[in-house]
Write a new protein. Sequence first.
Length: 386
Amino acid sequence: LTLHTIVVPTENKKQQLHYTHCMHIMAPDNESRMKFMSATITSKPVIIEDVETEETTEEASVDNNSSVRCKPTTTCHTYKPPVWTRNILTRIPENGRVSLAHLPTPIHKFQFHNNDTGNNANLDTLMVKRDDMSGGVELGGNKIRRIEFLLADALQTGCDCVVTIGGSDQSNQCRATAVAARMVGLEPHLILRTCETKVDCNDKLGYTGSLLYGRMAGARIHTVTKDEYTRIGSTALLDMVCNQLREQGKKPYPVPVRSQGKTPDAPPAGGTKNAIGTWGYIEAARELKDQMQASQQKLDHIVLACGSGGTIAGLTIGIALAFAGEAHKPKVHGVGVCNDPDYFYREIYHIGKDLGMFADVSREQGLDQVKEWVTIYQGQGLGYAT
């Protein structure tokens, strides 16, 4: 594994901007031939200090064996929640956020003619919020919004490593967390579910897709079987790995993916962390409303796919609060790629409760309120991309 550094000189001769890490992997295949795989992780600039350059230098290189000191530009910024969350959401991210995503993400508008929409005159404009442009494929699209708040919390509480879990070895959540953690100087640990049997040697997992990005970020990989994942549960598995790391003298920060317990009425699991991360999507609601106001347009419907439930929860709560009291409110629609609609209604309720909502209403009343804000559709097993 080799690291190639691209350095761009700046007007300040004492500094250069280290923009891109290009990692190249060479590995023999079964026939002893050499495969070449490469991928690029683009990140926020890292300032390399005390580097002299000539005025005519257009390109420079860095000796990987030298002791050049790199100072990451990531800092924890104080976060000011939207005014429409005051006195409603009580669990505020006190440790701020780090700036890793490229925000705001653009909105692309598509115009349709009747023939394009099956003569449905009600659909004349489709706008796409391009969260895939939030930081590149390595940062997981919209996932980086959540991770910005969680990593700030990890840094401010003195943690030195991050542990998260994925439903497969191609987990997008794990990929984004691993890369983002490295960007802020934290060691990533990934718990990956294998298909059948436990993989003692994680080299057998391969070097493709999201797993490749995790490997390039230097993530420590822990594997569990499908049976262990189902029987023990993701939160308990996170606790197990975190305890092992504490025994080694490390200070891990767990990043859960779900709030619900094993049964619908069980106490929420990982609620504090999920509540902190949800602010990323509440902030996305503010961003979306600001963009619509700037362009003097109105939204009727917001449609998105949902898996673990974090995105749909934050966006549903954010849109409900951002447009509270207004005559025109967009309706949120979620298409579940797993579980059933009731799971997502409960997830939104649990996360909202962790944030301080629904304190004065019963569980049933809270769920009814959620169902007024969002409609969830069953997308699992339909056989097409949602």
